[in-house]
Design a protein around this ligand. Structure first.
Ligand SMILES: [Zn+2]
Length: 178
């Protein structure tokens, strides 16, 4: 029996919430977890919860580490280590470039923040739960999106591949309407 064709999947019948709060489930099958948007049972929705997550993970919350987390949650965008270093120093925070880089690496390897590998280098974001990205082809800006694919499409992908889909991340590119 031929596998069902992906091309016949109903397009755009999922829901899309630009700039949605991180508490909104996305990117994971809703019937498989109480908090389907996240690989963890509870992902942080504010800085206090991020601090608690770090403590629960046994990470020391140094002054520098809190500075980096505070900035990422205040900016809510995707920044390079250099961006973060420059923004913190412009705010009068005394932190070295090496400390910024080491804290970013520790936080991303612990799953507390996200890390995007781009041709121009690594970018760090405040959200660590599965979510999608829309990149502007003109400005290069990256917007977080919560895209929920239609269950029928996920079912077709599972039938075609023999895999059970646990999470997904879409990388979309486009230009603003002129
Ligand atoms: Zn992101």
């Amino acid at each position: 029996m031929a596998p069902p064709g992906l091309a016949s999947a109903a397009p755009a019948s999922g829901s899309l919430t630009p700039g949605a709060a991180p508490a909104i489930p996305a990117g994971r099958r809703g019937d498989r977890a109480e908090h389907p948007g996240c690989g963890r049972a509870n992902h942080p929705t504010n800085l206090e919860e991020v601090y608690k997550l770090c403590r629960d993970l046994g990470m020391r919350l140094s002054r520098q580490r809190r500075m980096v987390l505070d900035l990422l949650w205040a900016e809510r965008s995707h920044l390079s280590a250099r961006d973060i270093f420059e923004k913190l120093n412009n705010l009068g925070r005394n932190i070295g470039h090496t400390s910024v880089y080491q804290n970013l690496e520790a936080l991303q390897s612990a799953g507390v923040i996200e890390c995007l590998d781009r041709a121009s280098g690594r970018l760090y974001g405040y959200r660590a739960d599965p979510h999608s990205h829309l990149t502007c082809m003109d400005s290069g800006s990256i917007t977080d999106l919560d895209v929920v694919l239609p269950p029928e499409l996920l079912g077709q992908i599972e039938a075609c591949t023999g895999y059970v889909i646990e999470t997904y991340t879409l990388h979309l590119t486009g230009r603003r309407h002129s």
